[in-house]
Design a protein around this ligand. Structure first.
Ligand SMILES: [Zn+2]
Length: 208
């Protein structure tokens, strides 16, 4: 199996990249019932198996992640990604941060910003991840799911944005400009522009 020999840190960050593909495909304005079906299946497989794949490397879990990655690719290939990828691509290109790591650094902050534009969808993401949302409102469930993703990234030992030494917050201005220029900006569930991208970079970096 191709993924069986993948070192844990790569399995972790590429797994979060697959999760980001699925979450953005599911919540962006380009989503359709067909891409929703694909995205939610990928999210449930990732919720069930990413941590086990990284920490225990069982055949079943690694196989689930292989499937989830392909299914998430089919989802965003027919829907789109959104602001997390616009920012992650700008970051990765400038600082040479691995793509999945950059996504993990941004996914919780951007998702919280996006909840008002896709509350029900984010609540469904939480449920698909296996988060207990019993008795919660849609909004509470949405934010609980995002908290779960943030904790998952920590448990998988993915580096935090603020720990990347070469990052200089003065760069956020042109990184935001690069992010705004990318196509998926237009399908983010909540409108986003250069000024908002700067704020999101600052928040993800922990200075706001
Ligand atoms: Zn990606």
């Amino acid at each position: 199996m191709v993924l069986k020999g993948l070192p844990a840190p790569l399995l972790a960050s590429t797994g979060i990249d697959a999760l980001t593909h699925a979450v953005e495909a599911y919540t962006c304005t380009a989503a359709s019932p067909i891409t929703d079906a694909l995205a939610i299946k990928a999210i449930s497989l990732i919720g069930k198996s990413l941590k086990i794949a990284v920490q225990e490397h069982t055949d079943d879990a690694v196989c689930d992640m292989m499937s989830a990655s392909v299914i998430a690719g089919m989802a965003f290939g027919n829907s789109n990604v959104a602001a997390v990828h616009c920012m992650a691509e700008a970051l990765g290109g400038f600082y040479d941060i691995p793509h999945g790591v950059a996504n993990a650094m941004l996914l919780p902050v951007v998702s919280r910003y996006n909840v008002p534009g896709a509350t029900k969808k984010y609540a469904e993401v939480a449920q698909a991840l296996g988060v207990d949302i019993t008795g919660l409102t849609e909004e509470e469930a949405a934010y609980k799911g995002i908290d779960y993703i943030e904790t998952l990234c920590e448990e998988l030992n993915i580096p935090k944005f603020s720990s990347v030494e070469k990052v200089n917050p003065k760069d956020f201005d042109f990184l935001a400009e690069a992010a705004e220029f990318k196509g998926p900006t237009k399908v983010n569930p909540v409108p986003v522009d250069k000024a908002k991208y700067i704020e999101l970079f600052e928040e993800a970096y922990g200075i706001k």
